[in-house]
Design a protein around this ligand. Structure first.
Ligand code: IVH
Length: 703
């Protein structure tokens, strides 16, 4: 019920209720010094009162609590200790589990026949509502089972929760599930899609996200529903669970109408099967049937194990399945270049949701399952809303059907797709592919790459969407183009100063060290440390360019080599010096990384972009020049040194382009041995590896 929109008479009634409640609580607080509710609970009720008075000012009389004392608005959930723990339920997945549960109940109780109450297992989040003298005073989430969050303000926005109930008990707690109906969930996600907000995965997440909102106005706009299933009172007054449900209905709570009292296991299984059948048609998601011992005295006697009561169990439904036809298989390119195949389906309802597309994950998945266009397939929707294709039914396959041929070019930019060594993902590695451009640009300007301060994520999006920056080189052409074409300073949100600042930071980035340049390209598996290894190996951009010029195009799926390479022609690489394959000599670079590097440079537009960039900027050599005899050496330090610690020695070695390793192998260039050198020295001698003294090492360091 949206109070601000209801008529004056219901507002008047609620207003009177609130006046009473607030009077009562402030009395306890101020006069007796024994508050029974938290500040947050008080604030929530108080705010509700203010809202009504805003809409109906005539109710703002001098007797209203709003005219007496003020209350500060608290923003955080406070904690509420539950009067008895809110436990969870043990799960059963098949009839045997249920039989074992019943056997245990029979053994513990000594009874032969046990009446069971079956209720749908609602898929939401549990809540506990406290009523004092018939008045709702707070609502809490389950929290850790002992202490929950105070969500009173939000609970007050749920239409079907009565604020006032029959005054049978001084204190009573009503427990149940807060859920979002399927229609409300769909409406919510539709509106979120329009406003480009992240969609909720399923009604349960939406319900939880909505109830645990700091701003109760948001909860109010999100239509939640409460289903009651338990009553907690100080004394055991109810005889059976059926009594409890009946009383809950009398109090005005919504109780599921799919309840069954079963006298034996067979009856119970029939009800379970019936619920499974009805599941898709229900207004709300359920994920099983809860089996409860009807006799509450017996429930009490059975007690609880550490986490679960022994009187109830949740018999979960298996994931729902449905059959449909594959209309087409398309491929999509993600923001990081991964190519994902997606099946377009004849729409079918599974788990209460109409499904018309399902991801096929990757090429291997399609091959393994041999899913073809025209196939009849079985879909499954497990706990979440992303449906999966389990298998296709070959017997129902049309006669002329053909295996799916995975495209060899990107659906967005048309460049040849590649597959990394031992990887399942097939990728588009084109640095200029529009589908990936925003991500790539963000990476390109990031701190460890070109470090262009003035180009934050938002600016990148703006420049990309307005067509001003379509590829990294455009960044360095922006200033020139701005003089005649772009005219940034005339655009919304830009001024003379911000434009000057932007160009200043772009120009500062025109000088970049080779490792950062390599990193900026966003080559798969080439992060900061691999970029450094590659850069230290090539040392200068010229060498690097010659090296990558020797890249050959690998056919992505068969790994066969084409006869000619574009790469060598664009960089005029004929020499075998600095051959890209030599990178394998670098410790830390294996075939998989090498392949990703080759694949990147086998792409024609990548080479063009790199070349274009290199013409616009200055790429600084790595510090370790050819002059350093340590460059690319693998050194092992052992023993104690006089003039420096071992750590300092390692740092020095690395500074001048060497790699410090911890064990001696055939790859070790030499061992530097200090005092008391032990096993590593022996190992070096055994392998015939050169051994240097500390002084020899110092002499190798460039002056
Ligand atoms: S009775 C001792 N009845 O399932 C726990 N729980 O997995 C008593 N649930 O935390 C819970 N529908 O959130 C009960 N008809 C139902 C239920 C139900 C859903 C939830 C509840 C509980 C969880 C346990």
């Amino acid at each position: 019920m949206d109070l601000t929109k209801t008529n004056a008479s219901s507002a008047r009634t609620r207003h009177a209720e609130l006046c009473d409640l607030l009077e009562n609580y402030s009395g306890q607080y101020y006069l007796l010094d024994t508050p029974t509710i938290s500040d947050a609970e008080y604030d929530a009720l108080y705010n509700e009162l203010l809202e009504i008075e805003k809409e109906f000012p005539e109710l703002k009389t001098k007797n209203s609590p709003s005219q007496k004392v003020g209350a500060k608005v608290s923003k955080k959930f406070s904690k509420i200790k539950h009067s008895s723990p809110m436990l969870s339920l043990e799960n059963a997945f098949n009839e045997d589990d249920i039989a074992a549960f019943l056997e245990r109940v029979r053994n513990l109780s000594g009874l032969d026949q046990i009446d069971l109450v079956l209720e749908p297992k609602l898929d939401g989040l549990s809540a506990s509502l406290k009523y004092k003298n018939g008045m709702l005073i707070y609502g809490a989430t389950r929290g850790d089972g002992t202490v929950g969050e105070d969500v009173t303000a939000n609970i007050l926005t749920v239409d079907n929760i009565p604020r006032k109930i029959r005054n049978d008990f001084d204190e009573i707690e009503i427990r149940g599930e807060v859920i979002m109906k399927k229609v409300d969930f769909q409406k919510l996600n539709e509106s979120r899609e329009i406003s480009e907000e992240k969609l909720f995965a399923n009604p349960r997440n939406a319900a939880a996200g909505s109830l645990r909102q700091l701003d109760a106005e948001i909860t109010r706009s999100r239509k939640l529903t409460f289903f009651a299933y338990a009553i907690i009172t100080r004394d055991s007054v109810f005889k059976t669970q059926m009594d409890v449900l009946k009383t809950l209905r009398e109090y005005g709570f919504t109780v599921s109408d799919k309840i069954a009292l079963c006298r034996d296991q067979q009856e119970a299984f029939l009800f379970y099967a019936e619920m499974e059948k009805q599941r898709a048609e229900l207004e709300y998601d359920i994920d099983g049937v809860v089996y409860k011992v009807n006799d509450l005295q017996l429930q009490q006697k059975l007690g609880a194990a550490s986490k679960f009561p022994r009187h109830s169990i949740a018999y979960k439904f298996p994931a729902e399945k449905a059959e449909t036809t594959v209309l087409d298989i398309i491929v999509q390119v993600g923001r990081t270049g991964n190519i994902t195949p997606v099946a377009e389906l004849v729409p079918v309802t599974v788990g209460g949701v109409v499904v018309s597309r399902a991801t096929l994950h990757n090429k291997d998945e399609i091959d393994k399952k041999d899913i073809r266009v025209g196939d009849r397939v079985v879909l499954q929707r497990a706990g979440d809303v992303i449906p999966q294709i389990l298998y296709s039914i070959p017997e129902k396959r049309p006669e002329n059907s053909m295996s799916f041929v995975f495209p060899s070019v990107c659906p967005c930019c048309g460049s040849t797709l590649v597959r990394g060594d031992e990887e399942v993902a097939i990728k588009c590695v084109n640095i200029s592919c529009e589908a990936q451009m925003i991500e790539r640009l963000i990476h390109f300007v990031s701190r460890q790459a070109f470090n262009i301060d003035g180009l934050g994520d938002q600016n990148i999006k703006f420049f990309f969407d307005s067509g001003i920056i379509k590829s990294p080189p455009d960044i360095f052409e922006l200033e020139e183009k701005n003089k005649s074409l772009v005219r940034l300073e005339n655009m919304d949100g830009w001024g003379k100063q911000s434009v000057t600042n932007l160009f200043e930071s772009i120009n500062k980035a025109r000088t970049i060290r080779l490792d950062k340049f390599i990193y900026s390209l966003g080559i798969s598996q080439v992060g900061r440390s691999v970029s450094k290894l590659v850069a230290n190996f090539f040392k200068s951009y010229e060498n690097f360019q010659r090296g990558v010029g020797s890249s050959v195009t690998l056919d992505p799926f068969t790994a066969s080599l084409p006869s000619e390479t574009y790469a060598s022609s664009i960089f005029n690489a004929e020499t075998t010096a600095n051959n890209i394959d030599d990178l394998l000599m670098v410790d830390g670079i294996g075939n998989s990384i090498l392949n990703d590097i080759k694949n990147f440079f086998a792409n024609k537009s990548n080479l063009e972009v790199v070349k274009k960039l290199a013409d616009m900027i200055t790429i600084v050599d790595m510090e370790a020049s050819d002059a350093s005899p340590l460059a690319n050496k693998t050194i092992v330090f052992t023993g104690t040194f006089e003039k420096m610690s071992r750590e300092e020695a390692k740092e020095l070695a690395e500074k001048y382009g060497a790699k410090a390793a911890s064990s001696v192998s055939s790859k070790t260039s030499f061992v530097v041995a200090g005092e008391n050198a032990g096993k590593k020295l022996d190992q070096a001698k055994k392998l015939g590896i050169k051994v240097l003294s500390e002084q020899d090492f110092i002499e190798l360091l460039p002056t």
